[in-house]
Design a binder for this molecule. Sequence first.
Ligand code: DC
Length: 218
Amino acid sequence: MIVAIDGPAGAGKSTVSRHLAARLGFTRIDTGALYRGVALAARRAGYTPAAAAMLEPFVRALGLRFDGDALLLDGEDVSSEIRAPEISRAASDFAAQPPVRAGLMELQRRLGRSTDTIMDGRDIGTVVFPDADVKIYLTASAAARAERRHRELLAAGHHASFETVLAEIEARDHQDMNRAIAPLRQADDAVVVDATTLDLPGAVAACVALVEAARGRK
Ligand code: DC
């Protein structure tokens, strides 16, 4: 079974997906981490998003894999480095390039098909797995999302003002929703879970109910 969870930055997709996977015994795949890993590797190799023609073979050849929640790049644990604010921006820039998306497609499909999976990202229910068994669009107001991101960044030792975080979230929403290829949008058959007023247990419970209902239909 494939559960697709899409939505804008900071809506809580990662946390909700992790809890949901633990509750259901599914594997969780964070596709945002893959785009972040690509951005990190490309920057290290000296590529800019403008190097479009080079990027598909580059992405295909990358040794990206998960070890539990940790992202490994050629065996190196880059989980913490990919969360830096400059990698968030770069990931959004590289993700707008069709060759990058094409390069990651096969890996995402292979990972999703291998076992019962919760996969979260921007285009999982629309492009990567349009036939997903459950599609959830997890969202929240920009202010609620910026508040959450701000708290996470401070806890991780990164310094940023709330206003800066809010402006970056809004800029990233704009870019992710307006790019030409696989823009962030709610799939026609996705169910919206709005985390503006739901706490974490509430959001997880709403998602569990959707998965249980789909299991009942099978
Ligand atoms: O979810 P995140 O913030 O870790 O994602 C980082 C960037 O990657 C985000 O700006 C959009 C992009 N992304 C994407 O385009 N498609 C996905 N399926 C997942 C992430």
